[in-house]
Design a protein around this ligand. Structure first.
Ligand SMILES: Cc1cc2nc3c(=O)[nH]c(=O)nc-3n(C[C@H](O)[C@H](O)[C@H](O)COP(=O)(O)OP(=O)(O)OC[C@H]3O[C@@H](n4cnc5c(N)ncnc54)[C@H](O)[C@@H]3O)c2cc1C
Length: 484
């Protein structure tokens, strides 16, 4: 029954797009045919679609990929259980499981290691190694069942802006240019930000919608299957800070089940690769010493870009919102972006529903999305940015020292890398007592911990209104010590 309904709905909608195009390329006064158009059906876009469609609003997802590939992504595949729990509690979206094939492994331990894998600190963690395609396809199906229309193989190329308001997008399908209009446009297109990058300066409240090279990383990763036996990282994910990778870049070794591993490196995009090597060569130079290449077959290989800075100061403009990687939502230390993308999609859906009920779509109406994001995960990621800059400044040797000297404990690790409450008094006292003879390191660490404490308060005080954004930004930059 549902399928028949969806087929009819989809047919009507697609026909409308065809007819609509004939009118609107000449006539901009035609009513929008969707309440919301979402560009990108990855984690951020699909959760926004589920929320909006369930509330009974007309919602279209455009994605450049074929229908059965939406959700697939070169990724480390780790997904923090905190975010899947929020989806379960707030939206009734069930958790990924190993039995369904959505999770390849359950994670119980996160390890931060340096140099050799023997200098390390491990902590308990609740996370999943997900199969991005299988999990993504399930979420897409939930969006469809809620009434969202999915338009695959639709590559968005442009943004319709009239009277300082985003009114929809243009996209290519079958080499033809189409146009679709909506009350609200959501950019969920990932790092590239196809909508975001077209927004003119006059609409951005002074915010530069670009990721500077020095605050973003390139990545290369392989999923490998051991030829014999099981690996030593069962239910574990390892972040490895290595001499040959300029921090805050790191290598990772994540389990993908008993005999499979997801292994990769991140590399600061502003630093040239040494001796003209490719990312793949650097990856092998480093990781072959830990896991010999003759011991495994490569199943998947690929890479991508991730931002490593606090998310943009505004993620809304008149008529549009930005979610997930498009808004700079990955964690700037771990580059974990899947969970924040899901969360931003959920928060954007709440804001869109409210705006649609009121019939208002300007930035002031959508501003509550900024408020929510800056409260969480925005403030937490600003703290994390300070951690990443600190790791960069001290270098791998001092970081090793910090791990080896137990300046940080398992509890601190959970606080810092799972972002609960990064600074505790116990942590400060311990750092003081154990820092000998590296007092300089202690002072630097103390300084950054003080800034971490203050920056969260700043983010909790994000303004209620765009008119106060400039003052807030100045204060934020002062506390952060960086100019965004
Ligand atoms: C190598 C690598 C490893 C990573 N490892 C981890 C990890 O272990 N854990 C973690 O939490 N995060 C990780 N991340 C980050 C994580 O993958 C992203 O944060 C997450 O996928 C962001 O979701 P999103 O929905 O914002 O964007 P995406 O997942 O990038 O989805 C964007 C969607 O938009 C579509 N699209 C793009 N352009 C257009 C267009 N012009 N027209 C129409 N559609 C378009 C794409 O086809 C895609 O479906 C990693 C990233 C990389 C590159």
């Amino acid at each position: 029954m549902i399928n028949l309904y969806l087929m009819v709905k989809s047919y009507v909608s697609h026909s409308l797009i065809g007819d609509y195009k004939k009118h609107t390329l000449r006539d901009s006064s035609v009513e929008p045919q969707y309440d919301v158009v979402i560009v990108g059906g990855g984690p951020a876009g699909v959760i926004a679609a589920i929320g909006i469609a369930r509330a009974g609003f007309q919602c279209l997802i455009l994605d450049k990929k074929p229908r059965d590939k939406i959700g697939e992504k070169n990724c480390g595949d780790a997904l923090d259980g905190k975010h899947t729990n929020i989806l379960l509690e707030e939206m009734g979206i069930s958790l990924p499981t190993v039995d369904s094939g959505e999770a390849r492994s359950l994670i119980e331990t996160i390890t931060i290691a340096s140099g050799s894998l023997t200098t390390k600190l491990s902590a308990y963690a609740t996370a999943y190694q997900v199969d991005r395609l299988v999990y993504g396809q399930r979420l897409l199906q939930e969006a469809e069942e809620a009434g969202a229309i999915i338009q695959p193989e639709a590559a968005v190329r442009g943004v319709i802006i009239e009277e300082d308001q985003v009114r929809g997008v243009t996209y290519y399908q079958n080499q033809e240019l189409h146009e679709v209009r909506a009350h609200i446009t959501i950019d969920a297109s990932g790092f590239i930000g196809v909508v975001r990058k077209e927004i003119p300066a006059s609409m951005r409240f002074g915010v530069d919608f670009v990721f500077p090279k020095k605050y973003s990383v390139g990545t290369y990763r392989e999923i490998v299957e051991l030829k014999q036996g099981e690996h030593n990282f069962q239910n574990e994910i390892v972040l490895l800070y290595h001499h040959d990778i300029p921090p805050p870049g790191y290598a990772w070794i994540f389990t993908e089940g008993k005999n499979k591993l997801n292994i990769g490196i991140t590399w600061d995009k502003s630093i040239p690769y040494p001796n003209g090597k490719s990312m793949k060569q650097i990856y092998h130079d480093i990781l072959d010493t830990y896991i010999p290449p003759e011991s495994y077959d490569v199943i998947y290989a690929g890479g991508g870009n991730i931002s490593g800075m606090p998310n943009f100061d505004t993620l809304v403009v008149n008529g549009a919102m930005i979610v997930g990687d498009a808004g700079g939502l990955p964690d700037p230390t771990t580059y974990e972006g899947h969970g924040p993308a899901l969360e931003s999609g959920r928060l954007a859906a709440d804001t869109a529903i409210d705006a649609l009920k009121k019939g208002k779509f300007d930035a002031i109406q959508l501003w509550s999305y900024n408020k929510k994001i800056q409260s969480y995960p925005g403030g937490m990621h600003a703290q994390s940015f300070l951690v990443s800059q600190f790791i960069q400044e001290m270098g791998v040797d001092d970081f090793s020292y910090l791990l080896g000297k137990s300046l940080l404990t398992e509890e601190d690790l959970i606080n810092i890398f799972q972002n609960k409450a990064p600074v505790t008094l116990g942590m400060k006292i311990r750092i003081f007592l154990r820092s000998f003879p590296k007092w300089g390191l202690m002072f630097r660490l103390r300084k950054v911990l003080d800034a971490i404490e203050k920056i969260d308060v700043t983010y909790q005080n994000y303004p209620d209104d765009p008119s106060d954004l400039e003052i807030w930004r100045k204060e934020r930059n002062r506390v952060l010590g960086y100019d965004f």
